[in-house]
Design a protein around this ligand. Structure first.
Ligand SMILES: [Zn+2]
Ligand SMILES: [Zn+2]
Length: 241
């Protein structure tokens, strides 16, 4: 099973690099990590016993990550192997909750309460006993990046990268704020987030003015895609759990 990223050491440098690019750096890194995780799952761990065990317990990946997996070209066999194990486990658990068919039929007919209890038992038996592997990885990586920011934003190189960046999205700003216990760092985060969000707000205003104008095409500058960046700021990057 792919390990959680050895974050502490890499997160700092990854963040410095990602902050120089557009959008929320944490979202950007998590998108990259998510892709890498699914690649590793398919091409390095699809025959690994531990991975199979986890895949069985989690009943496959969550909706989002399961479908992401299907977009990895050339991975049909690996997906079949992993999901066959998950489905095998699902059937096993389902069968375990089954009373003999005739007994069950009798129960359903005679005792509504008994039938409800039996139905609940089936539902419970199908419940995953561990979270989606990719979601788990995502959460660990997310924590590592946010802890690194919360602890190292006083470092001049990281601070400069953050101040020159587009800032973080709303969900990651909230998560970061919940980890901060240093007044200086708090001040820096508030200042930078205010500045970066205000910038997009102003661009939205400009976009709306230009859009309404006759010669909209010629007048669009940086504000042209501000509507999309506003969605990313408030919701985080598309497709992140
Ligand atoms: Zn984000
Ligand atoms: Zn997931």
């Amino acid at each position: 099973m792919p390990d959680a990223p050895s974050m502490a050491s890499f997160a700092y440098y990854d963040l410095r690099e990602a902050l120089a690019q557009t959008g929320c750096a944490v979202c950007r890194l998590l998108e990259r990590d998510g892709e890498k995780f699914l690649d590793a799952l398919l091409y390095e761990y699809s025959a690994d016993a531990q991975t199979h065990k986890a895949f069985r317990a989690a009943r496959g990946l969550c909706n989002r990550h399961g479908w992401d997996l299907t977009h990895h070209v050339g991975s049909a066999l690996q997906i079949a192997v992993l999901y066959r194990a998950s489905l095998d486990e699902t059937l096993k658990q389902f069968n375990r909750g089954v009373s003999p068919a005739d007994l069950l039929a009798r129960l359903v007919k005679r005792f509504r309460g008994e039938a409800e209890a039996a139905a609940l038992q089936f539902a419970e038996a199908l419940e995953p006993t561990r979270p989606c592997l990719a979601c788990e990885y995502h959460n660990k990586a997310q924590q590592a990046y946010l802890h690194t920011l919360a602890e190292h934003l006083n470092d001049s190189a990281l601070e400069k990268a953050y101040q020159d960046s587009d800032g973080l999205c709303l969900p990651h700003t909230q998560m970061l704020l919940r980890l901060i216990n240093d007044a200086n760092i708090l001040q820096k985060v508030i200042t930078q987030q205010r500045r970066s969000w205000q910038k997009v707000f102003d661009q939205l205003t400009l976009f709306m003015d230009h859009y309404r104008a006759e010669n909209a095409d010629q007048m669009m500058g940086d504000e042209g895609d501000s509507w999309k960046r506003a969605v990313a700021i408030l919701a985080g990057s598309e497709g992140l759990p």
